[in-house]
Ligand binder design. Sequence first.
Ligand SMILES: C[S@@+](CC[C@H](N)C(=O)[O-])C[C@H]1O[C@@H](n2cnc3c(N)ncnc32)[C@H](O)[C@@H]1O
Length: 321
Amino acid sequence: MSRHVARLVSFRAAASGPAPAAAEAWDGRFRLHKQRGQHLLTNPRVLDSIVRRAALCPGDAILEVGPGTGNLTAPLGLAHKLTVIKGDAVEADFPEFNVCVANIPYKISSPLIAKLLFGPYRFRTATLLLQKEFARRLIASPGDSEYNRLAANVRMVADARLLMDVSKRDFVPMPKVDSSLVEIRPRAAPPDVNLAEWLAFTRACFGQKNKTLGAIFKKKRKLLELFRTSRGAEGRRDGSAGGSSFIALCGDNDGDISDSENNDSHNGAASFSEEEVTAFKAKIAGALESTELAGKRPSKLSNEELLRLLRLFNERGIRFQ
Ligand SMILES: C[S@@+](CC[C@H](N)C(=O)[O-])C[C@H]1O[C@@H](n2cnc3c(N)ncnc32)[C@H](O)[C@@H]1O
């Protein structure tokens, strides 16, 4: 395997601040910190399986995130072609790579996947070991009980599939949860949609995923927020969605505005008339009616259906950001 690997870059965490108090000795050599996600995969059969399933090709440039003591790094490739970069994998820029293989700290799963799929990187495949429940959510389909915003966003740009489950007993120290290996393959052709706006749209739709779209877009707070956004977008020549964060990929509840923000001076309600809001409301209701989606829950809808709704919203000047 190592003969075929053109380059291997391992992205190692930069320890920031003092080490967390709770540490666990391992092998007499290292102190491992659960708070930093330092659970080492020690079962050689599982490690070999991961490398096999990553299906590396001659000339691949591999990115590994979180090499730890190198348990997965070693079976991946040639030591003399290895570059180790110290930094936070969520924050720092990655060098060029075309394959990612990693047993990542689970707390960065969502921002890391968002960075890989919605950032500037072009790669063939990412083979990632993830927390089992997170993996199930990632690969869920519309209508599944686990279907959520994360899955909708990922399937917009990639195909994700489960490769195998890995027991928590294969790690030292043993975590509380089991894991799953998942393959994520970005689609060859990017979808014909402004991705920043798509992410903002799914944040609005999945904010309360068990409510119908009609109920979600009837909420006064949501309406006023959208009204503001849409008026702002009118002023931008390119009509782009603006500053939606790519990192916020999955939160189902992050579409909600807290009560403290629900006041007129903050949301700008005072700056437009009741008539304007009523007309805007009618546009939203019209779009929902013409797609017959008002009575549907977002978690039951395909991306095609959601996209159709977003396009109708856009045609009516309703923008998300
Ligand atoms: C689950 S361990 C995997 C270790 C090793 N690859 C293995 O399979 O045994 C995750 C590793 O990622 C490191 N890490 C934690 N947060 C990180 C971050 N933000 N960026 C890069 N690495 C991080 C941890 O220190 C730990 O070494």
